[in-house]
Ligand binder design. Sequence first.
Ligand code: SUG
Length: 444
Amino acid sequence: MKHFEANFDGLVGPTHNYAGLSFGNVASYSNAAQASNPKAAAKQGLAKAKALADLGMVQGVLAPQERPDLYSLRRMGFSGSDAEVLTQAAKQAPMLLNACCSASSMWTANAATVSPSADTRNGKVHFTPANLVDKLHRSIEPTTTGNILKATFSDEKHFQHHQHLPEHASFGDEGAANHTRLCSDYGHAGVELFVYGQQAMNPNAPKPKKFPARQTLEASQAVARLHQLDDESCVFMQQNPDVIDQGVFHNDVISVGNQNVLFYHEQAFVDTAAKFDEIRRKMNTDVHFVKVATEQVSIQDAVKSYLFNTQIITLPNGEMAIIAPTDCEENPAVHAYLNELVTLGTPIKQVRYYDVKQSMQNGGGPACLRLRVAMNEHEVAAVNQNTLMNDALFTRLNTWVDKHYRDTLTVADLADPQLIIESRTALDELTQVLKLGSVYQFQK
Ligand code: SUG
């Protein structure tokens, strides 16, 4: 049987904007209040997804969320017609309006944690949407994320969906951004590497001093239990709190894995040597730990260029390629490192650069934009086929973006009631294109 690692990229929603909502995420903070280009953002994402499909990868798309989120604004006490809710919020609490307008669901690495059927006791692919409780604008995503995942992976014979974890800081969960699966082959049982930022229930354990640690050990352990993973197929590692304080707000900003390769910065983890020994023992096969030293690439350059927010993919010919943002090409130290990396004799043989700057300016690189789902051929056949990227879908989605998306959006524009109509019209049409049924509240 054939096995694949599919990537499901988040479509950028029509309200993509820079409101500086993510404390601890350097790019989000430093680009706050700039004008965004939602149309360009969506097209950059589509071009990257299509490029991977053209390389022979299984590539899908996940629908964005409905924004402005008027349901959340009503829960916060704003009332009247939809337009009145928006106007009141803009006047009385603009930060709440901004939180309810973020297009942050585009970063589908944070949509959920996924465990492939080869790892789980009941032989199904398991999904747990991330609760994203650390950030208000993201904490309103998980219910709709669950709906979209169920509409995309609907076949209960193959796919099992869990509710997101309890909405409390003890269970802070950011999904696959802090989860990597190592394996010899996608179809063989692997080791799932859960990286957490802090232990919520152990006040003496190390944690960052300046910026939040968004993922807790307790959340990672709960996801492993839900997904029916054996102890022998899990490793829980702590992220170095000092790098969180330098802007590494998720593990996928400092390390990335694929099959038997773990590409990481030497400062990424706590207790690295012992944990790598545990990985070696549990993997029972050779693992390539590809270490980047601080003198090769500083933490600052890693955060700026997103060297580790790259995708490492296995091409159909078996070679591995790194899918990097053009920001890596523009950073001299990182570019020099990547040029050298492909000559070092590791499984990584090529680097390809894509422009995803609209997303990067909010702290989301190529790896943030995708959710990985390793599947066998029967499982791939059971996915909603209308969500899989091909020439026709690419053309259709570009036309859809041209029709509905704006070229510029400022934070002040978020108060425009016309944006509600534009966004709902676009999403309603999208659910028909992707044949998702009614996944949004306004459709119910
Ligand atoms: O959660 N940015 C996202 C970026 C997520 C990146 N994901 C991964 N590393 N996997 C975040 O911080 C910014 C939104 C704003 O400022 O408007 C934002 O939410």
